[in-house]
Design a protein around this ligand. Sequence first.
Ligand code: PLP
Length: 393
Amino acid sequence: MKASEDREFNDNHQTTDRTMKNLHMVDLSAQYEKIHREIQEQIQETLTTTQFINGPKVEQFASSLATYLSCDYVIPCANGTDALQIALMAVGLQPGDEVIVPSFTYVATAEVIALLKLTPIMIDVDPQTFNVTAELIEPHITEKTKAIVPVHLFGQNCDLEPILALARRHDLWVIEDAAQSIGADYTFSDGRIMKSGTMGHIGCTSFFPSKNLGCYGDGGAIFTRDAELAQKLKMIANHGQSRRYYHEIIGVNSRLDALQAGILQVKLAHLDEYGHARYQAAQWYHQKFADNHQLITPYEAPYTNHVYHQYTLQVANGQRDGLDQYLTEKQIPHAIYYPVPLYEQNAFSPFRGLVDYLPVTDQLCKSVISLPIHTEMDEEMVSYIADAVNGYF
Ligand SMILES: *Cc1c(COP(=O)(O)O)cnc(C)c1O
């Protein structure tokens, strides 16, 4: 199954094999079983109070998340894409300004840049971490560069300390795309630990159902430590108004609704435990693949922990498409994130000339495959999937 993000969520696909039912890329239904009482209570409260938009549930969740992240301001919004757009609107860029992003990411990261008439400079990533690094960013900084959007792909932080230093030297905004990495800790060289999305000027996340902190619809949030930016972000997300019916700047309508905030309040309390469950599943996979020299298992960098939004293998010697087809036949859920570099997408053709050939991104798009990983996996499921993968070679 080559799942798109939303098909992944709607994936009711089950294996017909009698020995191993209920394999999914994510298993939101088994997760829900365990927290359904609290969730029902939250939903019932909102239905009773009819405070559907804004109000105490949204405020309470924003405040709980700010505490969890040790970040001063959390501004909830409608989805992760909006979070990125609002962040870019808040830092006052001009049409034609350049924003550096990885070419190996979900489309939303670069889409909002183009939408705002800014110029996405889609660069290559590190072959081990799949993330951008300061070394990869630096050669692309020009007079026009105004911001960097590092993406903490698949649940692991970029090596952000050198990126922050580089940004400071060149006076650039750093807007973290933490849609896949919420809860991941980054350790600075002096030992300080900070949460993903709270280190740059602004951080953005998504509560899409299959994300590590997912609601039961769409949702997103923006993080910052800067009071002035927080004010501006809040204003932009709410039609640019400073108070009701007084509009200072052009904004958008982007809200998290109270039903989702209540659900997220419940799930936030489990976020660390969910991260550990995902990490444990990854360790089981690592063991099962330790002797398979046709596969490269995910690298775990020393400066960050990994919350395994995805468990993504690299398949050697051009065998990825064969494995893809084999797993489809065996009815083992799997997905390819991402099959096409952004700079090769038709939508981004106007920006293609701005980047050279990106060998790592290109190679990753041809060699990666992601296996099921979620909060409800046990060792037996991992073994079953890993045995099927190993059986191909
Ligand atoms: C999911 C995702 C987004 C967008 O979030 P939505 O809530 O779907 O709009 C942005 N960037 C990355 C890296 C993502 O994975």
